[in-house]
Design a protein around this ligand. Sequence first.
Ligand SMILES: NC(=O)C1=CN([C@@H]2O[C@H](COP(=O)(O)OP(=O)(O)OC[C@H]3O[C@@H](n4cnc5c(N)ncnc54)[C@H](OP(=O)(O)O)[C@@H]3O)[C@@H](O)[C@H]2O)C=CC1
Ligand SMILES: O=CC(=O)O
Length: 325
Amino acid sequence: MKKKVILYRDIPAEERQRLEAQYDVTFFNNINEDNKGAFIAALADAEGLIGTSTKMSSELLSLAPKLKAASTISVGTDLYDLNYLTERGIPLMHTPGVLNETTADTLFTLIMCAARRAVELSNMVREGRWTSNIGEALYGTDVHGKTLGIIGMGRIGYAIAKRGHFGFDMKIQYSNRNRKPDAEQDLNATYMEMEELLQTSDFVCVMTPLTPETERLIGAKEFAMMKKSAIFINGSRGKVIDEAALVDALSNGTIRAAGLDVFEVEPLSGDSPLCKLDNAVLFPHIGSATAETRLAMITCAVDNLINALNGDISQNCANQHLLDR
Ligand SMILES: NC(=O)C1=CN([C@@H]2O[C@H](COP(=O)(O)OP(=O)(O)OC[C@H]3O[C@@H](n4cnc5c(N)ncnc54)[C@H](OP(=O)(O)O)[C@@H]3O)[C@@H](O)[C@H]2O)C=CC1
Ligand SMILES: O=CC(=O)O
């Protein structure tokens, strides 16, 4: 009898066929109110889960008593209750590495767009409001030669810093749980406490995972520490910052601008006060969203599930260190 696997996100046919060759696959194109009942029924027999974008709470996972492995098509693991999975000895596989460069490109696009007011000024052209030279009031600010502060100098943080150092002649500084000798050596990055980084960076870029320690890491107090000319960039998770405090900081001129790829609640409502601010550049969580990289992530996630269901979690297991204890 083939093992039962739930695929809860549409993936290309070839990748789906790789799963179907080995498993009895039940497919859901995202989970919503209409299909949630069928999804819950399928959990009863599922040994594997693969997908993304759906919150997998302990309550939901407890309805899958036969579950042996889960594979998320993302590097971030915050949609899963990792502690619960670990208690049950279930590996959570993820996709580190394959999306670093693409996500760093996206984050740099946010940096550039926010600094050069690209969206605001493009809208001015589209809406027929470009009637003369733009004038000083609409000038942007330089990126090259400025100071880039990275909070969370991991795989993606490093790739962003690399662009800043080699491409834009920026001074790189970072704060992180542990020091990163590679970044210090390769990119001449300076390690400092977050408070000093906030006070001295022209661009502050957050790239930590969402964990209990990083939830609301940046709030009103932290925005107040930043330079008035600072540009704040968040590519990690929305809950790493206090979004209401950011709205205040952008509205009151506490900081100059922000570029955001992630939000407290996604999709962001068009009614959000952020949508009314010209100095906020807003992307719909597209860090890794290129055709090439999304395919690489899906291929990686399918490989990960197959390996994990075969008992091999030596690569890409987010809770391996916890399972090994
Ligand atoms: N917007 C998007 O589309 C995307 C968003 N992401 C988000 O980016 C996150 C990072 O991805 P990635 O770079 O691959 O992950 P990494 O694990 O490589 O990097 C995360 C970094 O954050 C540091 N960190 C963790 N906790 C803390 C803390 N409490 N204080 C300070 N530093 C901390 C880690 O430090 P240490 O190494 O010392 O443990 C590590 O250097 C993902 O978890 C995801 O949430 C990822 C991809 C795309
Ligand atoms: O947000 C995207 C991810 O891969 O994590």
